[in-house]
Design a protein around this ligand. Structure first.
Ligand code: UDX
Length: 434
């Protein structure tokens, strides 16, 4: 089939490339000429393991076309996916849908023919209805609006596209389910569950899924706080709970506050939907509050470990919100590092994806090009992101200082191992004897 992806970000570029890899011809459209030029010269504009090769493979055989000419791309496509950003509005939980509506208007102005317009961006319940009204106003009743949310995790997006737990299609007219089923048939043949519902149903499934995952993580994180006081190992609780098939073991790993481009945004977006329909989503509200509070708890824990923050040297290993991505959005480090610097500490950080502009103007915060340089004479090492290269470090060889501590936010090491090496070691939700 011929597809058009509007927006070449984490959703549009990954989905477009993977659709091309299934044999479709895909036009990836972006207003940003610089991005299109980079993509046409074989440079991926996002950090996603395996994406570069997949882009090159499909681009070289003409299945993948990068252009800023939306009109031409729409003329050649039956299915048009809206994959533009839907950020939170600055001063509220509301979602900024200006890019979505702009894209829909441009599609309406670019064609007189029958088209299927599919929202793949995460959009609040009722967005499809608003787009439909907008199209009617522009006398474009022959454009059908469908919801097909994505469930891609950064760092695992290609795998999540190829082996989705489910494909969700939302339409108010059943006859459109078949065309989307044809598009996704190769994944359905490999076992993906093809799930159809109303358009609003599909829009809510996306928010509800992310909010539930955020709730699951926050739940285990709060239990980790209890475990630290009650001398229990949170990892046993995760295993003991997770082996109940009704609970499931994934997303039950205690750590720092969750971050990323989705959970923080989508939990707030869901609250805003609740407000719109006069429904109080109290659990989601408490998840947001608890997660925000966790950043403070862990920053205060660092102060407790060091006794005082003034003049102390602290190394951060990893600053992105999770491994295998360069994404800093809502990463815990964005709150912890400025707060520690403000209290008089000196921060050195290393991240496999390089220095971050977020810390550029923060006095006493310096990027170091490798682990050794970062850690050599610090008082504390914070293991912030669980990159593989941080999982088997010989700390005694790396840190020249006689006495130093480690705060392992991701429980990559164990207390016994550290005790034997006479390293003062702190982790999340585990007793020092574990
Ligand atoms: C998430 C959803 O998983 C994905 O389905 C959706 O399409 C986009 O949002 P993403 O934000 O890329 O994906 O990352 P994810 O792997 O879900 O992690 C989100 C946050 O939760 C990270 O900060 C991660 O460190 C944290 N996390 C995840 C935990 O703290 N514990 C866990 O067990 C899992």
């Amino acid at each position: 089939m011929n597809l058009c992806m509007i927006g070449t970000g984490y959703v549009g570029l990954v989905s477009g490339t993977c659709f091309a890899d299934l044999g479709n011809r895909v036009f990836c459209v972006d207003k940003d000429k610089n991005k299109i030029n980079k993509l046409n010269s074989g440079i991926s504009t996002i950090y996603e393991p395996g994406l570069d090769e997949l882009i090159k493979k499909n681009y070289s055989v003409g299945r993948l076309v990068f252009t800023d000419n939306l009109k031409k791309a729409i003329a050649k496509s039956e299915l048009i996916f809206i994959c533009v950003g839907t950020p939170n509005k600055k001063k509220s939980n509301d979602v900024d849908l200006s890019y979505v509506f702009k894209a829909a208007k441009e599609v309406a102005k670019s064609t007189k023919n029958k088209k299927i317009l599919i929202t793949k961006s995460t959009v609040p319940v009722g967005t499809g209805d608003t787009i439909e009204k907008l199209l009617k106003k522009l006398k474009k009743k022959n454009i059908e609006v469908i919801s097909n949310p994505e469930f891609l995790r950064e760092g695992e997006a290609i795998r999540d596209f190829r082996f989705p737990d489910r494909i969700v299609i939302g339409s108010n007219r059943k006859k459109y389910f078949n065309i989307l089923k044809k598009l996704y048939q190769p994944l359905i043949n490999k076992g993906a569950n093809f799930f159809t519902t109303s358009r609003r149903g599909a829009e809510l499934i996306k928010y509800a899924s992310n909010a539930f995952l955020a709730t699951k993580i926050t739940f285990i994180n709060e239990l980790a706080n209890l475990c630290e006081k009650a001398n229990i190992n949170i990892e046993d609780i995760s295993l003991g709970m997770g082996s109940d098939s009704r609970i499931g073991s994934r997303f039950l790993r205690a750590g720092p506050a969750y971050g990323g481009s989705c959970f923080p945004k989508d939990t707030k977006g869901l609250i805003s939907t609740g407000d719109k329909f006069k429904t109080n989503l109290s659990i989601v509200k408490s998840v947001i509050k608890s997660n925000e509070n966790r950043k403070r708890i862990h920053t205060e824990k660092i102060k407790k470990i060091l006794g005082s923050l003034k003049g102390k040297k602290i190394a951060f290993l990893g600053v992105t919100f999770k491994p295998n991505t360069d994404d800093m959005r809502d990463s815990v480090s964005l709150k912890m590092i400025p707060s520690l610097c403000k209290s008089g500490s000196k921060i050195y950080y290393y991240d496999p994806t390089g220095p971050k502009v977020n810390f550029k103007n923060i006095k006493n915060c310096q990027y170091k090009k490798n682990i050794k340089e970062t850690c050599k004479d610090v008082d504390l090492i914070v293991l912030h992101t669980e990159w593989d290269e941080f999982k088997s470090l010989e700390f005694k060889k790396i840190v020249k200082k006689r006495s130093f501590s480690i705060f392992d936010l991701r429980n990559l090491y164990d207390h016994k191992q550290m005790k034997n090496k006479k390293i003062k070691y702190f982790s999340v939700g585990r007793p020092s004897s574990s």
